[in-house]
Design a protein around this ligand. Sequence first.
Ligand code: BDR
Ligand code: CA
Length: 327
Amino acid sequence: MPARATRLVIDVDTGIDDAFALLYACASPRARLVGVSTVVGNVDLASATRNTSAVLALARRAEVPVWPGCAAPMLRAQNDARLFHGPSGLGYAELPEPAAKPAPMHAIDAILAAASVEPGALTLVATGPLTNIAAALLREPALPRLLGRLVLMGGAYREGGNVTPAAEFNIWHDPEAARIVFRAFAADGAAPLVAVGLDVTRQAQLRPADLDHLERRCSGLPHGPALLRFLHDSSRHYFDTMEKHTGARVFTLHDPLAVAAAIDPSLIVTQRATVEVETTGTLTSGMTVADWRGVWGRPPNVDVAIEVEAPRFLADFLDAMERLARG
Ligand code: BDR
Ligand code: CA
């Protein structure tokens, strides 16, 4: 008997790799995307919301509700990652203005409502800063017991960071929110918190040749041209920035890997650890500190992804794009 599709809400700051993650979720027969909430991060909230609706329309899933959430981090000044994602957040891609309006519900209410419908059945995936989820937890501290799982793209556990030597962008953008979330999942009866951080996402690399190959696979498919135009135009911005900084034209599929691991946990290997988020360090703000040796003597609160089957993930991601092109 086929496994029941995973009920998903994704909290995004769309962003090129968030866009790829949304397309992947829309194309997965093993996922039922019930809604998408948006948060400030890679770009401001209005841009993240607009980008999200435009990407859902590209995937012909404009009926999926988009719930706008928090427009600023809890305590910090707002930042962005437009260096990588471009001024609009979608690189050089130009998608039509979405016809669908954002849903009238705030992300916090929507996340709580979706988790409460059938306690234990919802997988919440966070691919942006954790501001919405922390705010939802402050409103409803029982949220960790209502969810089936929280899978987040964030942190760097045995690796260095990407936005500072110590911190990964999603955690660094709102470390106070991240601390609230990580601590809440230490409670008795809390659902698993799975952290898909740079340790594994750095291995999920897309190259221009992968897209060229995908384009050949999709030639003649009805939705191929629009989809491939978007994939090429958005990722070219990321390739350009990476080339400037590292010399290599690669696009790290951080957020798609988190969604993939939420749908198919067998893609990653996890290790349980007690994790705290640094909020006061002058050099280390936003660092995810994992107590691998148990020196704090506190029970673990996070399943940290430490290994990934990157080739299987990439093949699955490209297959999903071909399915979308087919329609
Ligand atoms: C994370 O930061 C953002 O720029 C990406 O969308 C991803 O969620 C990677 O550090
Ligand atoms: Ca993101």
